[in-house]
Design a protein around this ligand. Structure first.
Ligand SMILES: [Zn+2]
Length: 718
């Protein structure tokens, strides 16, 4: 299914962005005419409900909502706020500041005021059409909604409540999970109980935006939400900030960059090249094509002890670790894209980059492109940066390319009225950027951004950028567009390109579209998709030059307090010693298989014996049907993996050095190395394609994909 649609229902908070003396009171809300008059008096303080509240719960919650929207799309999640003044309002409803709360009302007062505001009916109406509903309500607010409301068995509700109010969540047809929070939980985070709910939702959103399987999983098995709590505690208990900042594949919980957000939709590689239209090649064809990889702390421990699963003792997670380009004899990309949000992800990091410069920081002598990460401020009316500040930032940190400040025109921001403003703003910024770049004697290469909402507007923007004097232009907002849409935009742009114009495509790497993109004038693109697929999704974790993809064998560690193992133990699926025995047998079997001393069937059995038990329990019990399904699916994927032994056919330094460890799904040091290998494969295929494309073109014939080697090998599964 597509991502479950999410609704978050939250309480209004006392802290608001404006607190005028004459704010609305309960009496105002009781009289509609008076309310209207009083709202007019407060006109200057009126704002969208989503922006009105400044309490902890609300701020953290909205940060989480923002993350989900960035990674899954603007309409992935909606917010409804239970206001004690206005009743249940949606996020965009304009409201005036008021001084009314359900807290402190007596039980019967809550009931009668909530009835007056039609809270119960409004909620019943609001939840329709949503798959996954979060209730983040304080005690009296929970009382005000008067559960149950009508829901369906295919809906899922997760309620974060105090222990005392957990009993109010009852009688729902939807699959329901209540997570009662204690004051102890709250104190752990120095949040009040109220703030904790928003904090946990944000944590959840961080994981969901990193791992595209997470949201559907929690929708299916809402109990999994507790992992968020457990992870948050685990993170808190890790004293070292570096360790917290260390990304953990698949279960990481930290903010994402725009770039990493963009990769998820381009996952499916089609089995055939997209045709090249019969138009002349772009004038810039001779400039070739380059691949940039977006960077977010993608490094590993060079001394990791695979046999004993141990990190180098006492290592510094930044200074002692290595990037992919430090492992491979030559980099598997032509350049690296670093977003400002990544540099600013911690004060410590920003300070380090400022001292040593961006090249030294990522230890990469090649080209480094910088951008602002427009997804990070997509909801703001205007970007939170000014041109001079950004010019200085690129220059001082030593970027080779710097991208002008743009504003995305996607989703709800592509509506008439908004899109024109953003279009003009992006254009003005590009103009300003280039002018100040020239006057200020900056030495990096400026890149002007073109945003648009149609082939014509994109083409117009590119034309404008060229006449301003840019010879490097980047197209934004297309990471989620289909290849067909991108092709029609490029076709419109192509005639305007000069033989000097370079054209970058943000967030798009589709191997089957490379010939047509190149023909139509794209000279560079970026994507982290090959890297991230090593740990996202289940069927395509290990890539090969034939384009066939394999799963990685899941052998999670029993002793590192993983949440899955913990839940299995709690549900009594097995005991720790037995699981540890199975884990060790699986590792041993796979290594012996690799060495040729154990047969395929015995190896498969060892893997599946452990794997089968990894099916998560529901309501404390493992569903035997789910377990059987898992076994069938994994048996097929693992058998394929063992039959083909793809790790033995790869000549990259990682596969040569760590061998079978690369296909074990387990921890950063294996998973990220597998991602490095995938990037190596992607880059090799990309370069081979470029080589093949060159030949027919030099013959002067109409370029076509007919002359290319097939994208998929005969037995390839894409
Ligand atoms: Zn390899």
């Amino acid at each position: 299914m597509p991502h479950p649609r999410v609704l978050v229902v939250t309480s209004c908070t006392g802290e608001k962005c404006a607190k005028p003396e004459n704010q609305l009171t309960l009496a105002d809300f009781k009289d509609p005419e008076q309310l209207q008059r009083r709202e007019a008096e407060l006109a200057e303080f009126v704002c969208a409900a989503g922006k009105m509240y400044t309490g902890m719960q609300h701020l953290r919650l909205m940060e989480g909502v923002q993350l989900l929207r960035q990674s899954l799309g603007q309409d992935a999640v909606d917010v409804a706020i239970l206001s004690a003044g206005y009743g249940l309002v949606e996020e965009n409803r304009a409201i005036a500041p008021y001084e009314v709360t359900f807290n402190g009302m007596k039980g019967y007062e809550v009931d009668s005021w909530a009835q007056h505001l039609n809270v119960h009916e409004a909620l019943e109406q609001a939840v329709q059409g949503y798959d996954l509903i979060f209730l983040l309500l304080g005690d009296n607010y929970l009382r005000a909604i008067k559960l149950p409301v009508e829901t369906k068995p295919n809906q899922t509700i997760i309620a974060l409540t105090s222990q005392g109010s957990a009993k109010l969540v009852k009688g729902l047809s939807a699959k329901t999970f209540v997570l009662p929070l204690t004051n102890q939980d709250a104190q752990k985070y120095s949040y009040g109980l109220v703030g904790l709910k928003g904090f946990l939702f944000k944590r959840f959103a961080e994981t969901a935006s990193k791992d595209s399987d997470w949201l559907p999983k929690v929708y299916q098995t809402p109990e999994l939400f507790t992992e968020t709590l457990v992870q948050a505690i685990a993170q808190l208990e890790l004293a070292l900030p570096e360790v917290v900042a260390q990304p953990k594949p698949a279960k990481a919980s930290k903010a994402k960059t725009a770039k990493t957000l963009e990769v998820e939709d381009e996952d499916v590689e089609d089995s055939e090249f997209l045709p090249i239209p019969e138009v002349p090649a772009a004038a810039n064809l001779h400039l070739g094509m380059q691949y940039f990889i977006p960077e977010w702390d993608d490094h590993v421990d060079p001394g990791y002890d695979f046999l004993n699963n141990r990190l180098t003792p006492g290592r510094d997670p930044y200074a002692d670790e290595v990037y992919a380009h430090q492992i491979y004899p030559t980099p598997n990309y032509d350049g690296i894209l670093v977003s400002k949000v990544v540099v600013d992800s911690s004060k410590k990091k920003r300070a380090r980059v400022e001292i040593v410069g961006i090249h030294n920081f990522i230890r990469f002598p090649g080209k480094v492109m910088g951008d602002c990460g427009a997804f990070g401020y997509i909801k703001e009316d205007v970007p939170p940066y000014n041109t001079t500040e950004i010019l200085d930032y690129y220059q001082n940190l030593g970027f080779d390319f710097g991208v002008s400040i743009d504003h995305l025109i996607v989703g709800p921001f592509a509506q008439p009225g908004i899109r024109e403003r953003r279009y003009e703003l992006t254009k003005r910024n590009a103009q300003d950027f280039l002018k100040k770049h020239q006057m200020g004697g900056y030495t990096f290469t400026p890149i002007g951004v073109a945003q648009g909402w149609s082939p014509e507007t994109y083409a117009e923007a590119v034309k404008d950028n060229i006449s301003m004097g840019y010879d490097y232009i980047a197209l934004g907002g297309l990471a989620r567009a289909t290849s067909k849409e991108i092709i029609s935009i490029l076709a419109e742009i192509r005639p305007h390109l000069t033989d000097k114009t370079r054209l970058h495509l943000f967030g798009v790497a589709r191997i089957n579209a490379i010939p047509v993109f190149r023909h139509l004038g794209v000279t560079s693109f970026d994507s982290a998709s090959p890297l991230r697929r090593a740990w996202l999704g289940s069927g395509a974790n290990y890539h090969t030059l034939t384009s066939k993809m394999y799963t990685a064998a899941r052998i999670p560690p029993v002793d590192s307090h993983g949440v899955r193992i913990k839940r299995l133990l709690e549900a009594g699926v097995s005991d720790q010693d037995t699981l540890r025995g199975m884990e060790q047998s699986a590792l041993k079997a796979l290594r012996e298989f690799d060495a040729g001393t154990l047969g395929l069937e015995a190896t498969l059995e060892a893997l599946l014996t452990y794997d089968e038990l990894l099916e998560l329990p529901r309501d404390g019990k493992v569903d035997p049907i789910d377990q059987a399904k898992r076994r069938v699916k994994h048996e097929r994927m693992y058998r394929d993996l063992l039959q083909d032994k793809p790790w033995k056919n790869c000549n990259c330094v990682i596969c040569e050095e760590i061998g079978v460890e690369v296909i074990i799904f387990r921890g950063n040091d294996r998973n990220r190395r597998r991602g490095f290998h995938n990037t190596y494969v992607f880059y090799k295929r990309f370069q081979e394609l470029l080589r093949q494309l060159k030949d027919p073109l030099t013959n002067g014939s109409q370029p076509s994909t007919d002359n290319l080697a097939p994208l998929v090998a005969p037995d390839g599964v894409v």
